[in-house]
Design a protein around this ligand. Sequence first.
Ligand code: PEP
Length: 249
Amino acid sequence: MKQSVKLIAGNWKMNGLGASLVEVEALRRALGDGPAACRVALCPPATLVERMAAAVRGGAIEVGGQDCRAEISGAHTGGVSAEMLKDAGAGLVIVGHSERRQEFGESDLLVSAKAEAAVRAGLAPIVCVGETLQQREAGQAVEVVRGQVMNSLPHAVTGRDFAVAYEPVWAIGTGLTPTLEQIEAVHRAIRAAMIERLGLASAAAPILYGGSVKPDNARDILAVPEVGGALVGGASLKAADFLPIIRAA
Ligand code: PEP
């Protein structure tokens, strides 16, 4: 991933049936198949990865998973491995989303193992970090996020793509966003931690901002120094909402 090319990734979460692929087809038509100004990815539920990959084949939209197991295969009922996502046509995978950290108690150690699994399978992990409201109000945002970056990243990225997504937990799905200054401060701290942890090999990996990115705030957020793209939840479900965010990059 080149730092100058922003990555706009959509996270459909547990939304979308086969009929929802009309949105992807609309997005593809609107973007055209020529060179794009930014990278665009959509992460549908695992059930749609293969069909979405088929729908965008030959075009500019990339497809990703929303989570993966750390293991390649085995007795893990309901689990989906990074290799399975790759086989279904994914090129990326989100790991460590705060909903998984909260609902499934995922630790930094597990997130790091999942990021390693993604790299092993040839997927670019998007490693999510972010503080809770309580941590933000206690003045601990930078410290918490720095700790997550130091402990959740894969061990080696040489020759591999990856991204970090800064998603304040209190901004996800709430319509609330940090100030642009707060976003910049955390993104700078993330960059410093990435370089400390992985060396200069990580300097070109984008740091995405996520949390209530909408058509009306995308341009300002994407112009913040060190913001290398966006991870978009609700506003990625409809092409009409996602397109203006892509165009703002
Ligand atoms: C997300 O789930 O990663 C997210 C950023 O959601 P939303 O854009 O809806 O806040």
